[in-house]
Design a protein around this ligand. Structure first.
Ligand SMILES: Nc1ncnc2c1ncn2[C@@H]1O[C@H](COP(=O)(O)OP(=O)(O)O)[C@@H](O)[C@H]1O
Ligand SMILES: [Mg+2]
Length: 251
């Protein structure tokens, strides 16, 4: 990102985001994310998550492995406050995600989380730069500042010349890179990535991983990345496997 549009290294949050909701300040070594006893079922028959415990600290990169259908995307949705657990606790930057109203969860998500969705979820009627600018606009960044920042992040994923394109004009891999740019543009402290290189060739995937890794370092962010790719799992210092029995550490 060029200096002209880079946010200040500190004071970024106070410059661009509304005041943090009142809450106990997390201790210096408190985890960025803490999951305790998470349960989620879909209907009476389908228990997907049966007691998930996890801690993720700032600067930590974790790969989440597991068979298709085991509940990886569901777990990310719960963490982001997009779905509710049946029981258990989710604390993100000291905030109880499981107990927040939908509006409060949306504010927390906009403030703290960058989410690379498996299905991209780009808004079809918005140009690429507008899609990427959404997290900035939600955080109260003026449009005049949001656009150059969004365009700079598009350039970082190799789509600097496609700023005015519409999502339907892009290949799946290109849409995935836009989704990555949107997830990272506001410098989130927690990056949730659902198979972020699933549609990318090894070279483009490597560039995407390098960008994720760089953002983790630059912002002291925590990364939880669902992946089946060894290349992607290699940037993580911890690998967890989700099974019907729970989360296991993979060696
Ligand atoms: N909204 C939903 N309603 C009913 N079942 C769901 C819903 N979301 C996910 N599931 C089911 O939960 C299970 C886990 O899904 P998912 O989290 O997408 O798995 P993964 O990402 O590991 O492939 C699957 O059996 C899926 O069909
Ligand atoms: Mg999934």
């Amino acid at each position: 990102m060029p200096d002209a549009v880079a946010p200040p290294a500190d004071g970024r949050r106070s410059d661009t985001l509304p005041d943090a909701p009142a809450g106990p300040p997390p201790g210096a070594d408190a985890p960025m994310l803490e999951l305790a006893g998470l349960h989620k079922r879909f209907g009476p028959e389908r228990e997907v998550l049966a007691g998930i415990d996890m801690r993720l600290h700032a600067g930590e990169r974790v790969a989440l492995l597991g068979e298709s259908g085991v509940g990886k995307s569901t777990l990310l949705n719960l963490i982001a406050g997009l779905e509710r657990p049946d029981s258990g606790e989710i604390r993100l930057a000291g905030q109880p995600v499981h107990a927040l109203s939908e509006d409060a969860a949306a504010v927390l998500r906009a403030r703290e989380i960058g989410f690379v969705f498996q299905a991209f979820h780009l808004l079809a009627h918005l140009r690429l730069w507008q899609n990427v600018a959404i997290p900035l606009l939600l955080a109260g960044v003026p449009a005049a500042e949001a656009r150059p920042r969004a365009e700079a992040m598009l350039a970082r994923v190799g789509l600097g010349d496609r700023s005015l394109s519409m999502p339907r004009e892009l290949s799946g891999g290109e849409q995935q890179r836009v989704a990555l740019a949107r997830a990272l543009v506001h410098g989130p402290r927690l990056i949730l990535a659902d198979e972020p290189t699933g549609n990318l060739d090894p070279r483009t995937g490597g560039a995407a991983l390098a960008l994720i890794d760089e953002q983790v370092r630059a912002h002291g962010a925590a990364l939880l990345m669902v992946t089946h790719s060894l290349q992607a799992a290699a940037i993580a210092e911890r690998r967890l496997r989700l099974t019907p029995a729970g989360l296991e550490t993979e060696t």
